[in-house]
Design a protein around this ligand. Structure first.
Ligand code: ATR
Length: 276
């Protein structure tokens, strides 16, 4: 067989709006890696068949996005401990006929918080809102930073309680109402509320001095949650664009064995997002 450029892609449904091809093309250019990175639209009922075709056509790896992260978890032969903890896979690596499943979302969030935003996590009180896949994916990496407390608040309390049982340690479940009177150094929105133009029902006055409010969503200007957080006394706000770039950098490092420089890529992406 002759030499071929290594192929990667992001798969999801929809996938047309994904920024991953742009991010990985820039990482590849920067590090001099010979690779291409495409978009792969998978029909909702044909994730496995679509991925299998890509893999047998010399594909080396995939990023996996909505709604296939659980399907990718099942599809993998072998999973990293952080993928097992997340119960979902956002990165697949194909090597020697084996399918490795990883999850870089939590590491991407922690890196954005600690390296880009200089937010200390050890000994801090963290509130994580939401108990779906987005929240679950970041719990273990956050706990590994040894916060004083990680409180998981969810509208449906039973779902938060299930996760608290699963992870144990300093993770505790809470309703939104029961948060009243508490203070947090970091409040992370991992709910899907903004998709329907809503806000999680957070009681007022939760932000400690110097607190950071972080929204996993991103867009032009501040998200509704970040606007509300500033109005309620958060000292700093950040959206999820940095997490997007950092999870991509983690995937790139897993595939290629080199770590790209995320800062210029994040700056350029920010410019494009703000330009609309
Ligand atoms: P994802 O994979 O993005 O996490 P998901 O599994 O559907 O998506 O989870 C969505 C999360 O957003 C849940 O925690 C959901 O709360 P419930 O478990 O109570 O449904 C939360 N969510 C969605 N809309 C919300 C809203 N308007 N206010 C508060 N939480 C909301």
């Amino acid at each position: 067989m002759h030499d071929m450029t290594d192929r990667y892609a992001v798969t999801g449904n929809p996938v047309a709006h994904s920024k991953s091809p742009q991010i990985h093309a820039e990482f590849a250019r920067q590090t001099g890696q010979d690779m291409v990175y495409e978009r792969l639209l998978a029909p909702l009922d044909a994730f496995d068949a679509t991925v299998e075709q890509f893999r047998t056509a010399a594909g080396k790896g995939l990023n996996v996005t909505v709604p296939f992260k659980e399907a990718a978890f099942r599809y993998a032969h072998r999973r990293t401990p952080r993928a097992e903890a997340a119960g979902a896979v956002n990165t697949l690596k194909f090597e020697n006929g084996e399918i490795l499943g990883d999850n870089t979302d939590g590491a991407g969030l922690v890196r954005d918080l600690t390296a880009n935003l200089k937010q200390a996590l050890a000994g801090k009180r963290i509130l994580l809102m939401g108990a779906g896949g987005a929240a679950r994916g970041v719990i273990a990496p956050l706990l590994a930073q040894q916060p004083a407390a990680l409180v998981l608040a969810n509208r449906t309390l039973a779902k938060a309680r299930q996760l608290a049982e699963l992870f144990g340690g300093t993770l505790t479940a809470s309703s939104y109402e029961a948060l009243a009177g508490q203070r947090f150094d970091l409040v992370i929105n991992a709910t899907a509320a903004s998709l329907s133009g809503e806000l999680p029902p957070l009681p007022p006055g939760l932000y400690a001095d110097g607190a950071l409010a972080y929204d996993m969503m991103y867009g032009r200007g501040h998200t509704p949650f970040l606007r509300a957080a500033l109005a309620d006394g958060a000292a700093r706000v950040a959206d999820g664009l940095g997490m997007l770039v950092e999870q991509a950098a983690e995937s790139f490092a897993l595939w290629r064995g080199v770590r790209p420089d995320s800062a210029p890529v994040l700056a350029e992406l920010r410019r494009l997002v703000e330009a609309g």
